[in-house]
Design a protein around this ligand. Structure first.
Ligand SMILES: C[S@@+](CC[C@H](N)C(=O)[O-])C[C@H]1O[C@@H](n2cnc3c(N)ncnc32)[C@H](O)[C@@H]1O
Length: 275
């Protein structure tokens, strides 16, 4: 049976308020398919009944589980490859040129899902000889506790490593554990995983030299994207770099970013004197 419009409106409003993810009319099938496993686990026959019971009890953990179930956590190793090529071909050389030396590199992987993105960044920097003496610190965050739990564990199935991880990287940075592969302790130690909602101020600490904010702005409306881009810039080094997803841009949204063309795409830098 299809969802009632009351259930859909309630869930869409809750998800929008808590994560900014937009669930437009027509996404009823998505809500139904994502919430059905929660309903089954709770021993309730259908999604309408499940949502009614969650509304009645209003337990914070149930509301959070519903929001998390509506996030899309699709990711892979070295996703779209271009940003990782840009890291060694453009970003590290530019930072070295402007600073003379890279003693420290602070990176934020915002919306990191199950960890493939921050670990891909860590592997890329670990294999760059120019970063041998650099203290690399990666802060990886996501709204969803479930994906963060997996990211922190750093244990991936064969099917998961098959999605984009080059064999030499697998050999160098992972060890076999049961039927899966565990990321090395050295790489794991470079990353701190934290729960963070992009609707709030960025993680505390010194400014970021590099921010990966990929494949998440697409879920938000324009004012939300603008507010997030503004906050990110306030927490970035003036000569830092922002990397967005292949389908995302600051152009037409926020002109305080300068688009820098790289071999097969773009990265962004705070426009000097814009803010
Ligand atoms: C499609 S994944 C992108 C993962 C990775 N950045 C990549 O490009 O492969 C989007 C992630 O954004 C997270 N997300 C959605 N809304 C968020 C919010 N308001 N704050 C923080 N993370 C959010 C989701 O939990 C999900 O893991």
């Amino acid at each position: 049976m299809a969802l009632t419009s009351e259930t859909f409106t309630y869930v869409a409003t809750l998800v929008r308020q808590r994560s900014a993810i937009m669930l437009e009319p027509g996404k009823e099938y998505l809500v139904e398919s994502r919430l059905l496993p929660l309903a089954r686990e709770a021993g309730v026959a259908g999604v309408d009944d499940y949502v009614r019971s969650v509304r009645r009890t209003s337990r914070p953990q149930d509301l959070e589980l519903m929001v998390e179930a509506l996030t899309t956590n699709e990711t892979s190793w070295f996703r779209d490859s271009t940003p990782f090529t840009a890291l060694t071909a453009d970003i590290v050389p530019e930072l070295l040129a402007s600073r003379g030396a890279l003693l420290r590199l602070r990176v934020w992987s915002a919306a990191c899902s199950t960890g493939q993105e921050p670990y891909s960044i860590a592997m890329t920097l670990a294999e760059d000889v120019r970063c041998r003496g650099t203290q690399v610190e990666i802060v990886a965050t996501d709204l969803s506790d479930q994906v963060l739990g997996r990211a922190k564990e750093g244990l991936y199935s064969q099917l998961e490593v098959n999605r984009g991880l080059p064999a030499p990287m697998l050999v160098r940075h992972f060890s076999r554990e049961g039927a899966g592969w565990r990321i090395s302790r050295e790489l794991r130690a470079k990353i701190s995983f934290e729960r963070h909602n992009l609707l709030h101020a960025p993680p505390a600490g010194p400014r970021f030299d590099l921010v990966f904010l990929r494949n998440v702005l697409i879920y938000f409306d324009q004012p939300t994207k603008q507010a997030i881009l503004r906050r990110v810039q306030q927490h970035m080094a003036p000569d830092g770099f922002l990397v967005l997803g292949a389908a995302e841009t600051t152009v037409g949204l926020d002109d305080t970013w300068e688009r820098v063309a790289i071999s097969r795409g773009s990265v962004y830098r705070p426009r000097q004197g814009a803010r």
